[in-house]
Structures are given as structure tokens and as C-alpha cells.
Write a protein that binds this ligand. Sequence first.
Ligand code: GAR
Length: 197
Amino acid sequence: MTMTNAGQKTRLAVFASGNGSNFEALAQACADGRLNAEIVLLVCDKPGAYVCERAGRFGIETFAFRPKEYASKAEYERRIVGLLDDKGVELVCLAGYMRILSDVMLEAYRDRIVNIHPSLLPAFKGAHAIRDAFDYGVKVYGVTIHYVNGELDGGRIVDQRAIYYDGDDIDELEAKIHAVEHVLYVDTVARLIGSRG
Ligand code: GAR
């Protein structure tokens, strides 16, 4: 990945749809200097999602939109690309953004979009990965960070962490996985922006 403003804070956008704990992990790391970056925009496809409140607390600008109010995905993504371009965004981090991106976003930000997913991809893609893996009875869970392409949870893997769990409490398991996500996302973004050209 090639970034342009060596020496300055990297300009990030985060896309999220719900709770926003990964957004908060990234925002907190920017705020306390563990990440040499700034989140210049939160993009949220569910106005009223808790992530928007988190962004407010950090003073981070939010673009919250209702997809149904646009004629097509291409139309709202063109709007988003315009905002990202205006803000000089260099890296887009999907953090619980539950939508597949179209070519409008993928071509505008090629190789500059990453996603976090709570499984060891390519196992357990989709919106219920933790529940699906738990129901399957796996003993090794995990977290993946990957570049984003047009497939569900698809794209070249950047990093992964395995998590061993043999208990029967899905809430405990989820807490363990989310804790690993928050550390791995910050570490991976730090590595990606550190490697900028
Ligand atoms: C996270 O576990 C993330 O990995 C997952 O959504 C959750 C969002 O939590 N993403 C996917 O499942 C993508 N397919 P958060 O809103 O608290 O960050």
C-alpha cells in the first residue's frame, strides 16, 4: 500500500453499521497516539446505531445515511467516495459494516480498504461467524484482517490470530474474540500505515 503524506497523520475513514467497539478501539488508539492517524470520517448505513454516539464522543464527523433513500448502491457509494476524496482519506477500515462494496468504492480506493472479520477466514464468512463457529463446535476460533474485494468477507489476508476456546458460554467466547479484534485491528493498521511510501 502506498500512502502520500509521509510524516503526517494518516487520514482514516471507518465504516460501521452497529455497535462500534472496533471503531472505538481505533479512535482511542488515534487519540492516545498509539496510531499515527486520525479518523476523519465515520460512515454508517444505520442512522441511530450506537457507533454514531461513540463518534460524537470522540468529536469525529459522521456521514449516516439510509441506503433505501438512494436509487442504487452505486449512487450512495459515489456520494461516499466524494466525501472520502474531499477529506483526503488514505485508508478505509470496515469495522462491522455489513454491506458488500460495489466497484464504485473498490475502484476508487483499490488496495486501500481493509475489513475485520471474527473468524479464521476462509471459514465462517458472513454476519454470524461467531455463532456459526460455536454451533459447529470448533475449538480454534480467530480473527482475520483482510483487504476487501467484491465478495463477502473476501480479499487477500493481511493478518490473523487464533483463539483457543473449549467452553460452552457463547458470551464469554464473544468477549474473548472482540478483545482480540480490538488489539489486532490497531496493530494491523499501525503496520499498514507504517509501511507507507
Ligand atoms: C465485529 O466482530 C466484526 O468483526 C464483525 O462485526 C462485529 C462488529 O462489532 N464483522 C463481520 O462480521 C464482517 N463480516 P463492533 O460494531 O462492536 O465493532
